[in-house]
Write a protein that binds this ligand. Structure first.
Ligand code: GDP
Ligand code: IMO
Ligand code: MG
Length: 429
């Protein structure tokens, strides 16, 4: 079990950063495989709270190689902002590697993200506004810049010139000012020079680590329901957070993952627009939002809150083959008299369990709940499953029963220490 994938299994913000950090002390390499600085992963230890956006959450452990893989879209300006913060806090940033094939997120991407959201008005996606969608668009339209292109002045000139022709036309179509080639070139050229030492063939690097038998953590951003292929399209992000995307996004063979750890909150949250059948609008949502500090790490938006949805977990697990769950924020449910789990949906007079392709269908799905008794005991210092109040134990067992996947671990607070392992997914065989 040397190669562990951490996959968000709801709509993001499941606590992936915390779980990656927890295992990173034992890892040789931590790899971010998709997304960009739309991610906000929170890590808490020694009474300090940190949030990483582009950097793998292994960065807090000295000697761990941190890889930003090909599947990512990386804003070089944000990269250095984050790097400086980490350096100032005395973390070791000497082992950061960026894929020469990863996509460069440029200022026009962010402008276009904002502009298209404005045009969509009440149909807006509710993006993080970081330019993620437009950058992936360029990648697939084959006019994107990759890191191999910006670390060489001549290549940058050539690629930026042809890309900016398209992009300026697009900016104009939104009545935005065109960007001046020379000033953009000078800006990105500076960043290209600065970033060069970090850029390499990370696919080769990972292949070599795999051959050596290194312990590797793959860190997903976002969550399964935000997947471009299998999420609540179009209210999704523009990449695939599913663990099955790891081989392609990292440039490594299919069998490069030993275990997929699905991260799920003990309830559900979502930021941005789109369907969310188990969403709550009553006092319980306010209670959970305040208790769980459910405000976006990146955009500070209040997160939408709902009960745990088993259909969502099964969707995530069935597509990417989740081997075990990490259930996070269990402590936040403490104090509720009754806890509901969405176990199915009512649709056109039938009970169904699928996540349909069509949004128009999904919007008509009504949640069907099973109700369990809650608990009042403080669980934030619990160190084992058996120390949990019996109703909390029953809640976790119910998740296992309904998903047919065992719970490998659970989390009872934001701190690194507030983590309980039931069956270790990252121990040596
Ligand atoms: P990520 O994007 O999946 O890494 O998750 P975020 O960091 O965006 O959001 C998770 C939030 O929950 C952060 O504020 C974490 O510090 C916090 N958190 C993680 N695990 C727990 C837990 O078990 N209990 C509580 N109360 N907070 C947690
Ligand atoms: P982490 O890694 C929660 C959501 C946005 C929006 C949609 C598209 O912290 O879990 P984008 O900017 O990606 O084009 O926005 O996806 N979104 C996230 N929601 N957590 C995230 O990341 C998210 N990254 C994007 O709110 O609904
Ligand atoms: Mg987050």
């Amino acid at each position: 079990m040397n190669k562990l994938a951490i996959q968000g299994s709801q709509w993001g913000d499941e606590g992936k950063g915390k779980i990656v950090d927890y295992f990173s002390s034992r890892a040789d390499v931590v790899v971010r495989y998709q997304g960009g600085n739309n991610a906000g992963h929170t890590i808490v230890f020694e009474n300090q709270k940190y949030a990483v956006k582009l950097m793998p959450s292994g960065i807090f452990h000295k000697g761990v190689k941190c890889v930003l893989a090909t599947g990512m879209v990386i804003n070089p300006i944000s990269f250095f902002e984050e790097l400086e913060i980490l350096k100032k806090a005395n973390f070791d940033v000497s082992q950061v590697f960026i894929s020469s094939r990863a996509s460069v997120l440029l200022p026009y991407h962010q402008l276009l993200d904002g502009a298209s959201e404005k045009v969509l008005k009440d149909k807006k996606i509710g993006t993080t506004g970081k330019g993620i969608g437009p950058c992936y668009e360029d990648k697939y339209a084959r006019i994107g810049l990759r890191f191999c292109d910006i670390i060489d002045e001549n290549r940058l000139k050539k690629h930026l010139k042809s890309a900016l022709e398209f992009k300026n036309r697009e900016l104009e179509s939104y009545s935005l000012d065109k960007l001046d080639f020379d000033s953009l070139f000078n800006q990105i050229n500076e960043y290209g020079k600065k970033i060069k030492p970090y850029v390499c063939d990370t696919s080769k690097l990972l292949q070599e680590e795999i051959k050596k038998g290194s312990k590797i953590l793959y860190e997903g951003a976002q969550g399964a329901m935000l997947c471009i292929n299998y999420g609540t399209y179009p209210y999704v992000t523009s990449s695939s957070p599913m663990a099955i995307s790891i081989p392609l996004n990292c440039g490594i063979p299919l069998n490069s993952v030993d275990y997929v750890l699905g991260i799920a909150k003990a309830y559900t949250t979502r930021v941005g627009e789109g369907p969310f059948p188990s969403e709550l609008f009553d006092g319980t949502s306010v209670y959970l939002r305040e208790k769980g500090h459910e405000y976006g790490t990146v955009t500070k938006r209040p997160r939408r809150i709902g009960w745990l949805d088993i259909n969502v977990l099964n969707h995530a697990a069935n597509i990417s083959g989740v081997n075990g769950w990490a259930i996070t924020l269990l402590d936040v449910l403490t104090g509720l008299e009754k806890i509901k789990i969405c176990v199915g949906y009512r649709y056109q007079g039938n009970i169904v369990n699928d996540i349909p392709a069509s949004l128009e269908d999904y919007e008509q799905y009504e949640p069907v709940y099973e109700t369990l008794d809650g608990w009042n005991e403080d669980i934030s210092h619990v160190k084992s499953f058996s120390e949990l109040p019996i109703n909390a134990q029953k809640y976790l067992r119910k998740i296992e029963e309904l998903t047919h996947v065992n719970i490998a671990m659970f989390s009872v607070g934001p701190d690194r220490e507030q983590t309980v392992i039931i069956s270790d997914p990252f121990e040596d065989k």
